[in-house]
Design a protein around this ligand. Structure first.
Ligand code: B12
Ligand code: SF4
Length: 480
């Protein structure tokens, strides 16, 4: 039984971003390791990093002679996943096609209905359920017999759709095998700060309830942590095996448990990993203080990223973010004081927001003064509270999933500012933020302070400048 996992390309729609930052498909690397540990053969095709079209991605997967092809997708790539499945079925109708990831998890039955070449949809984390499904397929189980394997929604031979129920959440993350990075083209991944980079996950879940976010649904509200020692050991391993010098933690709220971060920081420092591997992370502004940030800096942290979100009280209340302006300003001030580079996020097109509100959000961003600022448009991703409200109120302008790119497209119309006006304010304000003499000074300091490598940072600056000067809506937006 051979499984091929595919990461569809999304670079074609975010070209400028893709040139500065391309990360590995971490979820697929986790799945590949879990499946391999159960004795199945597995390969990964990262169509994204090579910018492969759907036809070429399918051909690359087909060349590896798969029995089963598993494709990952977020909302904007779900149609691409469906297309890849279609090309595969045309090449060999006997290949079983499975799609997983956040979009398929939120809309499993609809995904099957919209993409007829997809046989099975996986719900949620699949390190436990996918090997069980492969084992059943290996035994030659019929589609009907597969209904005993929890974690999937599948199309039966007659065309009816069966939901096998939710798979159990993985309780002990330390028992999972490390992501199979040996199956990925590790030298191709890069970020703003380094060309020797990978991503890592230290915990799963989030206890918060920001209306636009799908993470609490996907991974649950209860936090599950890996042990700090296991995370540090993985950092050592990626350095020794793949020459990685920069790790980006993709955890959404890295500092939810203070003691965990302290223990991790101690361990990274005393083991010497902090000198070999630097790292970046993302968290909430109200979950840090100066002492914690100083410990993280000593442990090799280069950059920390916080949501600024909005300056208007109504905006923050709508998002259910529950953080104050004082906390935001204090977090950036403290991070800077201990020598961390920073990134901030703003969200535009919040219901009730006026032009003056947006201008004050950018004003707040200038006061917080992150080194990098990413601005997105509020987007109603399936499965979120925002989606439910937007559907109820008729705010959704399209279900063309490829347009659900929050850095580019506006798909929410609540009768606020028209898209053209939002775009114009966005471009003007981004130029005001970045085209300041202090930006050049800050970037110079990042390189001199060893927090960014010169080449990747220059690449980002040149591409960003081109976007800002052209006033394009896509070019000057960075990925987290
Ligand atoms: C890192 C990250 C990125 C990176 C991706 C780099 C990479 N190649 O991995 C970048 C910055 C490029 C990115 C971009 C975007 N992202 Co993003 N991202 C994340 C983040 C923070 C971590 C992803 C991760 O590695 N998770 C850990 C692994 C273990 O989980 P996983 O990938 O979901 O995989 C597990 C399961 O889903 C399942 N599974 C996944 N695929 C498959 C396939 C099969 C066959 C099976 C059986 C199971 C399965 O099993 C896996 C193992 O447990 C998540 C939040 C989160 N905590 O997950 C958001 C998240 C996935 N992103 C999100 C969004 C919105 C986006 C963007 C649309 C934003 C934008 N720019 O407009 C784009 C879309 C990119 C795309 N693919 O189309 C949303 C997705 C919502 C949705 N419905 O799509 C999330 C959930 C964040 C949120 N706040 O809600 N993202
Ligand atoms: S945005 Fe961050 S803090 Fe809010 S629910 Fe999502 S992961 Fe949690």
């Amino acid at each position: 039984m051979r499984l091929v996992l595919v990461n569809p390309s999304f670079q074609t729609r975010v070209r400028r971003i893709a040139q500065t930052s391309v990360g590995p498909p971490l979820g697929l690397a986790y799945l590949a390791a879990a499946v391999r540990a159960k004795g199945f053969e597995v390969r990964v095709v990262d169509a994204n990093v090579f910018g492969l079209s759907e036809a070429r991605a399918a051909a690359a997967a087909f060349d590896l002679q798969p029995d089963v092809v598993g494709i990952t997708a977020a909302t904007p790539t779900i149609a691409r996943a469906g297309e890849i499945a279609g090309h595969l079925k045309a090449l060999d109708p006997g290949i079983t096609t499975i799609v997983g990831g956040p979009h398929a998890t939120a809309l499993p039955a609809r995904t099957l209905a919209e993409f007829p070449a997809v046989d099975i949809v996986a719900r949620g984390e699949a390190e436990g359920s996918l090997p069980a499904l492969l084992a059943a397929l290996d035994r030659g189980a019929s589609r009907r017999a597969l209904t005993d394997v929890p974690g999937f929604v599948l199309r039966e031979e007659g065309g009816s759709v069966v939901d096998t129920g939710a798979a159990a959440r993985l309780d002990c993350l330390d028992r999972l095998p490390l992501p199979a990075r040996d199956l990925l083209p590790m030298r191709r991944y890069r970020t703003v700060d380094s060309d020797r980079f990978t991503t890592m996950l230290a915990m799963r879940g989030c206890p918060c309830s920001c209306v636009y976010c799908y993470v609490p649904e996907l991974f649950g509200r209860r936090m599950r942590y890996r042990s700090p020692a296991a995370v540090v050991a993985e950092m050592d391993e990626v350095h020794a095996r793949h020459g990685v010098t920069l790790v980006s933690f993709v955890d959404d709220t890295f500092t939810t448990r203070r003691e965990w971060v302290e223990e991790f920081s101690d361990h990274a420092q005393t083991s010497g990993v902090a000198r070999r591997v630097r790292w970046t992370c993302l968290t909430r502004a109200d979950m840090v203080d100066r002492a914690l940030l100083a410990a993280m800096r000593r442990a090799g942290c280069l950059r920390i990223e916080f949501g600024i979100e909005s300056a208007s009280a109504a905006g923050v209340a709508f998002l259910d973010k529950g953080q104050s302006e004082e906390k935001v300003l204090a977090a950036f001030r403290d991070a800077r004081a201990v020598g961390l580079s920073t990134m901030g996020f703003l969200i535009l097109n919040i219901p009730g927001e006026t032009e003056a509100d947006i201008v004050s959000s950018f004003e707040l961003a200038r006061r917080a003064d992150p080194d990098f600022l990413q601005v997105s448009f509020l987007t109603p991703y399936p499965g979120t509270a925002l989606r439910a409200e937007a559907e109820r109120r008729g705010w959704i302008t399209t279900d063309d999933w490829s347009r659900y790119l929050f850095l580019r497209d506006i798909v929410l119309d609540h009768g606020g500012l028209p898209p053209a006006k939002l775009e114009r304010i966005y471009s003007q304000q981004m130029r005001r933020f970045y085209l300041r003499p202090r930006t050049a000074i800050k970037f110079g300091r990042l390189v001199l302070g060893g927090r960014s490598e010169l080449r990747p940072l220059m690449r980002t600056v040149m591409l960003g400048l081109a976007g800002l000067l052209a006033g394009q809506s896509e070019g000057d937006r960075r990925e987290p």
